[in-house]
Design a protein around this ligand. Structure first.
Ligand code: ATP
Ligand code: MG
Length: 488
């Protein structure tokens, strides 16, 4: 083998090594580039930018790096970040984060020339401003722009490689910078979409609340009308039946005294008169003594029954309070009692009701609407108790608020249902038993009173709904966001 062949083989070897190195670098760079989108999703924007700079430093063997955003006018720039390594080890200068391009150092030439600039001997570079105190000393620097739709949007730089920067470094920095920019923008767009979605969700919630209030007022109006109508219709017959019963009682007293007089007369009469004997026999057959005493008993029971009907009618009137749909000072205990009477039929077979009433001042409210709230909560509590259980009604005052807590020892609410129960039409009850409106109506009413509803529930143990109401609500600002129900 002659020396010429040997040289050419050595040349082949080093070309081969160079090629291998270059391929290894390309593979490493490709891996980094593939990693960027993944970390963009996982990190917040600042950390992602940091990581992008670290990659640029690693791939270009640099020791310092920075990113500036360029404002729309392309005349002012904004420091986004130096790489962590730059900050920790090299650079302690205090930076004004916003400044005009005209005052920026020669690294901003990239912006002025709209293309990458490389300084491999920074110390002798013409036009440099000198570095502020604490700034990393610069030996070498690449600074380049990221251009989007003809506008420079970002400047990225790396510096202080041990050897001169070459085309491969510029290309690598440009690739990383472009991707960092686009991924950061994508992140911002995604966050914007998420914010918009949140806004839409909130809007939707407000619409639902408005809708449920509408349903509430419709339902209230029809229940109120119905109750008031029934009460009115019943009032009349109750009136004349009560009056007739009174007359009947007094007539009977008279009849009894006449009969008593006849009995005295009869005692002195001869028994040979056949009509008299017939009458005596009839008296025995029909059990006159029993009839007489039972008539009194029947009358008294009828009077009591009539009293109960009259009370139900009063409760119905109280409950609907037709024509009184306006705010007034009212006693909540009275409302709870009235409502309990209305729903008692639903509860009496399964539930014991325990009352733990505190000292409640009168509050400024629409009593008939709050009765509707208590009714829905009490009926729900009754439904939740399958065989036998307890309903506890606790009331009290805390500062400027009062609370009414209605607890039951029923089924409890599954955690996946807990944040849906206030949705209109959400029900777990079979068709015909529940429409899913009760709680949304209650929520709307309480909200209208500037109060809130809290729920605590444990599956298999029971549920407590606590209604908090201000004693004297001061109307909040028109755009105030209503408090959401809380769940536990
Ligand atoms: N005290 C409670 N215990 C257990 N679950 C409850 C209780 N209160 C409400 N829920 C659950 O919340 C759901 C919604 O209640 P809501 O009062 O709004 O509607 P509903 O009772 O199903 O029907 P409606 O009240 O319109 O007749 C109920 O179906 C039930 O699953
Ligand atoms: Mg209900």
């Amino acid at each position: 083998m002659n020396s010429q062949t040997l040289t050419s083989l050595q040349g082949d070897d080093s070309r081969h090594t160079l090629l291998e190195k270059s391929l290894a670098f390309m593979a490493r760079r490709a891996m980094y580039m593939l990693e960027l989108p993944r970390i963009a999703d996982a990190l917040d924007e600042a950390s992602f930018m940091q990581r992008g700079l670290e990659m640029a430093e690693e791939l270009t063997d640099s020791k310092v790096s920075f990113i500036h955003f360029v404002n729309e006018d392309e005349k002012t720039i904004e420091l986004v970040t130096w790489s962590r390594r730059t900050l920790e080890s090299y650079c302690h200068a205090a930076f004004d984060r916003h400044y005009p391009v005209s005052e920026a150092g020669i690294w901003a030439e990239a912006l002025r020339h709209r293309q990458p600039v490389v300084f491999n001997d920074y110390a002798t570079a013409p036009g440099k401003h000198g570095l502020p105190e604490g700034h990393a000393p610069l030996q070498r620097l690449i600074s380049l722009p990221v251009i989007e739709q003809g506008k420079i949007v970002m400047l990225v730089g790396v510096g202080n490689k041990a050897s001169d920067y070459g085309d491969q470094d510029i290309e690598t920095l440009q690739l990383v910078a472009n991707d960092v920019w686009h991924l950061a923008q994508r992140g911002r767009a995604q966050r914007q979409i998420a914010e918009n979605m949140q806004g839409l969700r909130e809007l939707n919630q407000k619409l639902e609340a408005a809708h449920s209030q509408l349903l509430q007022s419709e339902k209230m109006a029809s229940i109120g009308q119905l109750a008031a109508g029934v009460a009115h219709e019943l009032n009349n017959p109750i009136g004349f039946v009560t009056s007739n019963l009174g007359s009947l009682e007094s007539y009977l007293q008279d009849i009894f005294s006449i009969l008593d007089a006849y009995a005295v007369a009869e005692a002195g009469m001869q028994s040979s008169c056949p009509e008299l004997n017939q009458a005596r026999q009839l008296k025995l057959d029909r059990d006159y003594d029993f009839l007489r005493s039972d008539i009194v008993q029947l009358l008294s029971e009828s009077r009591e029954g009539l009293g109960r009907v009259a009370k139900i009618v009063r409760d119905l009137k109280d409950f609907s309070r037709a024509g009184e749909a306006s705010m007034q000072w009212a006693d909540l205990h009275q409302g709870i009692e009235t409502t309990l009477n209305v729903v008692w039929n639903e509860l009496k077979y399964k539930c014991t009701v325990v009352k733990d009433y505190g000292d409640l001042p009168q509050i400024w409210c629409e009593p008939s609407q709050l009765n509707q709230v208590f009714m829905n909560l009490l009926v729900n509590a009754g439904h939740a108790i399958q065989e036998k259980g307890e309903i506890t009604i606790r009331t009290g005052r805390q500062g400027s608020e009062v609370f009414v807590a209605i607890g039951d020892t029923g089924t409890g609410i599954a955690s996946e249902h807990l944040n849906r129960i206030f949705e209109p039409f959400f029900t777990t009850k079979p068709i015909g038993k529940g429409t899913g409106l009760g709680l949304s109506l209650a929520y709307g009413i309480v909200q209208k009173h500037h109060g809130r509803i809290e729920v605590q529930s444990k599956l298999g143990k029971g549920t407590t709904f606590t209604v908090w109401l201000p004693i004297d609500p001061v109307a909040p600002a028109a755009d105030a966001v209503p408090p959401a129900p809380t769940f536990a």
